[in-house]
Design a protein around this ligand. Sequence first.
Ligand code: GLA
Length: 481
Amino acid sequence: MTDRDQLITRLGDRDPELLRMLDQHYNIDVTDRLLRVLKYHAERFPGDREVAVLKAPGRVNVIGEHLDYNGLPVFPMAIDYDMTVVLSRRDDRKVVAVNPEFDDREFEISAQIPRFETGDWGNYLKAGVQGIVDEFGGPEKLKGFNGSFLGSVPIGSGLSSSSTLVVASAIAVLESSGIGMPPLELADRMAKAEWYVGTQGGGMDHAASILSEKGKALKIGFFPLSATPVAIPEGYTIVVANSMVVSAKTEASRIRFNLLPAACQIACAMMVKTMGLENEGIERLGDIYFRYGRIETLRGHEKTFTQDRYTRQEVADFLGLSLEETESTFYTARSGEPLPVPEEGLPIAARARHVISEAIRVEESVKVIEAGDGEAFGRRMNGSWISCRDDFGISHPSLEKLVDIAREAGSSGSRLTGAGWGGCTVHLVADHKVDAVLEALMEKYYNGAIREFPAAAERFTQRPQDALLALRPSAGARVLF
Ligand code: GLA
């Protein structure tokens, strides 16, 4: 905890010692952002002189899409856009959260925190706090806080703005309660914590937000969670271009998202059956991949799938289950909500093909990066894009335009990033080509093709600063002051 007014003065004066300290955590100057949220906190909670300031960054996934919940490694990096929080301690168990962009929210920390209405920003706060309650087996050790939240990650863009809120509120409640938690354990806990809001994502976003190191991307493995920092190849910049089409993790697309893990689970069960692995404790496609290797996994895929789509009845027949058993095992969200599967079934074979080929690309990416071969890494990103588009079905015409424009202007590797169906694209660009790629994207997409997507064009007019970002890896979540 630190003295609020002194901190405001020192930041306002650009105190060199503070700037040096911030430089360890960011690649950009964030003093204005910090001042804004500190002053907002002072205005909203004038009596709270002792404060803590924390950051929880967003992430861009460089390669390894939809692998986390399959138990396979991913390769994201934290970005300098984050959820910045100023908090002050309370003696009770109430959380009072304010945000210049949303309505105020208040709730009690209890054993089972009841949800706000679906889609409410406060549910992400509750998710983080509930995760900590679950970690400690109850609310007894925890104290509430007054928190001012200011997000700079563009919302609904596939850069994980939602997870920044979950992680930030968890760290805030730990800080207000004077409790520490090892980062790996916190990241593991947060992956499950976000299921509270009803999306069945994996653990990538939280792990990237919590475990990243400045200047490095992170190879993250799951079950058990592990994180290895790996530098982006020398001489290349990561460029993120936002389609401005709102992406998949938003409320309306929750169900569509949840069908993806469901398809992967079905693929896994079908492969287990043909490969005779029923008694091997296989839970996810990643278990098959790691235990039997890529060749056996590819063979298992080929042997299992004789058609692309499988209806519910076909899945039930294949697995020797009743329709009811199939429904409750695969077509029901953790919240108990039934998943609406189309009549013609799900393209199970293609979904699994993406997962296996993407796992191979991630493995190869780390090797070629270590060998310093940026172009070879770019080729893996291009392969990932095609697989996400054709086998995983998560593309959008706006993303196709962005990828084509960037590749034509000299990007070495271009793909969508995050859940898909909109949001951002990520590009690996040789430093000397960055200007050309940014110019081409501006001219041909933002000043051109975006008009084919009226809602996106309108968002661009309102928030042009969310469109094009040239990024270096940021440090993970931490209490700054
Ligand atoms: C969302 C989920 C992540 C991950 C990505 C796709 O962002 O939250 O866990 O599955 O989609 O890679």
